[in-house]
Design a protein around this ligand. Structure first.
Ligand code: KIV
Length: 258
């Protein structure tokens, strides 16, 4: 098994797992200092391209951004989202996962869903492709509806069943998105593999956030996002200084010129 995956597995019940998204080299370089897992999420569709759905993200979008991210990741486990429509049969899933891994040199892929895509997940793992699961709110299929999951008995039972099914299939970890606190806790307690929460409470084994959201680069009102810094303030400071210096001819100086 990939030694980075082994390290992640060993953190279960010991220390919290840090997962951050990245879409480019420079950000990945910074994220790599703090993260155990760097995810090239298909959230890049809404964050970078302003798409109204992640369904519009293509395989080549993911591969191009992942190649850039790869340049910045040295120590973290690098996971790449398989975009919508790239894994609706097991053979297609294998062909595309192999392409992603070959071209981006990532460590693993992530697919959204439980029972409905279990054949594809089993087939990838049988073919030695490490897979991260994703349950709860599934942006590729929950189009536009931003609603928590696992709040009623039926959903709770289904999520627990799906998480056990994913574990049995061999995924090394599962992202739990927008799952009610008590359900996320039950899932996390039942599994031997780590859960990574996003909007799913402190009970998960780790947490993930979209980096642009947590640094305040992307304006979002989503309940689970905490803005840890207002990076726009610093960007504006730099840009204003540049504009002022250009206008007042303080930049470029002789030392900046050839
Ligand atoms: O696409 C993404 O960035 C994700 C995370 C938010 C879990 O799937």
């Amino acid at each position: 098994m990939n030694s980075k995956i082994n390290k992640i597995l060993k953190k279960k019940n010991k220390s919290k797992i840090i997962c951050l998204t990245s879409y480019s080299k420079n950000m990945a370089e910074e994220a790599d200092k703090y993260a155990d897992i760097i995810l090239v999420g298909d959230s890049l569709g809404s964050v970078l391209y302003n798409y109204d759905t992640t369904r519009k993200v293509t395989l080549s979008n993911m591969i191009d951004h992942s190649k850039s991210v790869r340049q910045g990741v040295k120590k973290s486990l690098m996971v790449v989202d398989m975009p919508y429509n790239t894994y609706y049969t097991k053979n297609l899933a294998l062909k595309n996962a192999r392409k992603i891994i070959k071209e981006t040199k990532c460590d693993a892929v992530k697919l959204e869903g439980g029972k409905k895509i279990i054949e594809q997940i089993r087939f990838l793992i049988k073919n030695k492709i490490p897979v991260m699961g994703h349950l709860g709110l599934l942006p590729q299929t929950n189009r536009g509806k931003f609603k928590s999951k696992g709040g009623n008995i039926r959903e709770k039972k289904q999520l627990i069943k799906d998480s056990l099914l994913l574990q049995d299939s061999g995924v090394f970890s599962i992202v739990l998105e927008c799952i009610k606190t008590s359900t996320a806790k039950q899932i996390t307690d039942k599994l031997n593999i780590p859960t990574i929460g996003i909007g799913s409470s402190v009970n998960c084994d780790g947490q993930v956030l979209v980096i642009d959201d947590l640094i305040g680069l992307n304006d979002t009102k989503i309940k689970f996002v905490k803005k840890f810094v207002n990076i726009k303030k610093y960007i504006n400071l730099g840009l204003r200084k540049f504009a002022l210096d250009v206008k007042s001819k303080k930049y470029p100086l002789k030392k900046h010129s050839y």
